[in-house]
Design a protein around this ligand. Structure first.
Ligand SMILES: NC(=O)c1ccc[n+]([C@@H]2O[C@H](COP(=O)([O-])OP(=O)(O)OC[C@H]3O[C@@H](n4cnc5c(N)ncnc54)[C@H](OP(=O)(O)O)[C@@H]3O)[C@@H](O)[C@H]2O)c1
Length: 247
């Protein structure tokens, strides 16, 4: 029997890497996206061989009603989900904190922090209706949570710190039925990092700051996420796994 995984923000970058890797491992996957319909359609087309095991749902992670609709759509198509990866996230404006207004701050915190809490809450509610063993959540933090982040991305770093805290709390609150862990990537080659670095070439130059001397790939993160969602990590909960090339 195939197990079911929900990936928030699964249409591009790391989320799409996890969707592809999970399908290869035999999961059924329901992923959300919010603004870029083309990217979601491209991923569905790339995974056409697995179409019966894949569901794409437009759902803004920051919105409670849309998050509940995502879980209802998944339950209707595949049954109660076994696993959740809360990947949806935004970097926000790259600017000194003194230049930000309340709306800039609220946007980053509402997608990254409120969105993670809403999805974890929905997962716990659905899980409680149909108890089953082996359920797990992986949240998306960042090494920015402990470094303070790259220059002029302080709100983003703070949001990723909050994700570490809520991961620790949820690991206790949802035990023993659901394990909860976070991944904390370093510099992973995606559109978000390109935006943060200010272009493809400055992004590639960042590899020099990494002890392993390369940027991370979406597959590097996907392997850690799928391990944390699997029975191979059955005694691991409330941890943060860095995927950061030694940074
Ligand atoms: N890349 C890195 O170096 C790095 C390092 C550490 C942590 N992370 C974290 O990893 C996650 C993914 O990053 P990435 O680099 O893969 O980013 P990305 O390439 O920008 O992809 C972001 C994904 O999230 C979705 N998304 C954004 N806002 C959303 C919302 N409100 N509701 C639902 N989905 C939303 C996007 O879909 P739409 O465009 O359709 O909204 C897209 O699928 C983020 O949480 C990020 O903070 C990244």
């Amino acid at each position: 029997m195939r197990r079911t995984l929900i990936v928030t923000g699964g249409s591009r970058g790391i989320g799409a890497g996890v969707v592809r890797a999970a399908l290869r491992q035999g999961w059924r996957v329901c992923f959300s996206w919010s603004g870029n319909a083309e990217a979601a359609a491209r991923l569905e087309a790339d995974c056409a061989d697995d179409a019966e095991n894949l569901l794409a749902v437009r759902a803004d992670a920051a919105d409670a009603r849309q998050t509940e609709a995502l879980f209802e759509a998944c339950a209707a198509a595949f049954g109660t989900p076994d696993a959740l990866f809360t990947n949806a996230g935004v970097i926000g404006p790259i600017a000194p904190t003194s230049d930000l207004d309340a709306a800039d701050i609220d946007h980053v915190l509402s997608v990254n922090v409120r969105g993670t809490l809403l999805a974890c809450g929905a997962f716990a509610r659905h899980a409680a209706r149909a108890p089953a063993p082996g359920r797990a959540i992986v949240t998306m933090s960042s090494i920015a949570a402990r470094t303070g982040g790259m220059r002029h991305a302080v709100t983003y770093a703070a949001s990723k710190g909050a994700i570490v805290s809520l991961t620790m709390g949820l690991a206790k609150e949802l035990a023993p039925d659901i394990r909860v862990n976070a991944v904390a990537p370093g510099l992973i080659e995606t559109e978000m990092l390109e935006q943060l670095a200010g272009g493809a070439s400055p992004m590639r130059a960042l590899a020099g700051q990494v002890p392993l001397r390369r940027l991370g790939t979406c597959d590097d993160v996907a392997r850690a996420v799928l391990w944390l969602l699997s029975g191979e990590s059955s005694y691991t909960s409330g941890t943060v796994v860095d995927v950061a090339g030694g940074r």
